[in-house]
Design a protein around this ligand. Structure first.
Ligand code: MN3
Length: 200
């Protein structure tokens, strides 16, 4: 199995200022995301070693690490690319149609997305996911791996672990979520994922 690698940021660390400060982006990507990449690789290596040694005493621990660190790596990879300088606004095309059909309007969807993300208990993510029939759901992912739906693909994720916002926003998670949704969401990328992943 090929080792996971830290994907480069798709923009300079200060590109999301003033909504997302350069110091947080630098640490979040270069330290936190990197730690999940390394943790995932370690877990995969430990499971390979367990197979080689025919000693499966530790598989529960390392299997949990695959889900936690691997989930962290994959969600952060989605996160960086579903942000961009000068983002926000609204989606277009078939994604806009699907949101309108299912949520009534983009304004209602937007309210639910912010409320759901703000209400994540502890460390986790707000997410928009696409189901196997092309339907949409706004999910709360706890940690990096809990409360996901099998067969559903996250197409927009918003990190609300404290490490994602505490340097600039301290305890004001709602201000961070508002800044991300209003100014940084890359809807063109979310539209692309809606068309590209899973389901119909
Ligand atoms: Mn994070």
């Amino acid at each position: 199995m090929q080792k996971a690698v830290l994907p480069p940021l798709p923009y300079p660390v200060d590109a999301l200022e003033p909504f997302y400060d350069a110091k947080t982006v630098e640490l979040h990507h270069g330290k936190h995301h990197l730690a999940y990449v390394n943790g995932f690789n370690t877990a995969i290596e430990k499971l390979a070693a367990a197979r080689a040694a025919a000693d499966f005493a530790s598989v529960k621990h390392w299997s949990r690490e695959v889900a936690f660190a691997g989930g962290g790596h994959l969600l952060h990879s989605l996160f960086w690319t579903n942000l961009k300088p000068g983002g926000g606004g609204e989606p277009h095309g078939v994604l806009a149609d699907a949101i309108g059909e299912q949520f009534g309007s983009f304004a209602v969807f937007d309210k639910q997305l912010r409320a759901t993300t703000n209400a994540v208990e502890g460390s986790g993510w707000g997410a928009l996911a696409k189901g196997p029939g092309g339907e949409l759901a706004i999910l709360q992912i706890e940690k990096h791996q809990n409360q996901l739906l099998p067969g559903w693909h996250p197409i927009l994720v918003i990190d609300v672990w404290e490490h994602a916002y505490y340097l600039k926003y301290q305890n004001r998670r709602t201000e961070f979520v508002d800044a991300v949704v209003s100014h940084l969401v890359n809807w063109r990328e979310v539209e692309r994922r809606f068309g590209a992943v899973g389901g119909v």
